[in-house]
Design a protein around this ligand. Sequence first.
Ligand code: SF4
Length: 122
Amino acid sequence: MLQPPHSSRVADVPHQRVPVRDREQDAPWHTEAVCRRDEAGLFFAPSKEPTAARLSREEAAKRVCGRCPVMVECREHALLQPEPYGVWGGLTAAERRVVLARRRRRDMELRKAARGAIAAAG
Ligand code: SF4
């Protein structure tokens, strides 16, 4: 779901959440998404949702994602955009922020190592 089923920006069906450009040219994965419009409430938090309800809802959404054949593609889409809300690819927005922070740290370490190697060789 480029606009995950639970997307508040567009419609609720995964392929409808995908930008038109991607939908038509680059991201055929969304057509295989198992999440559907009638599950939108499962993937996005209503306003003022109590914590226990949110955790339960997110776990239910993740179970849907767990049987989705395009979970990896959906997750990467949500990380690359990045999508700020909702469960995408089995990850909540908070979990995606952690993944992105780890990737940034890893990239910084790789750049630092590369600079060190270049300096040592020069
Ligand atoms: S991984 Fe989850 S949110 Fe993404 S398309 Fe599949 S069911 Fe929908």
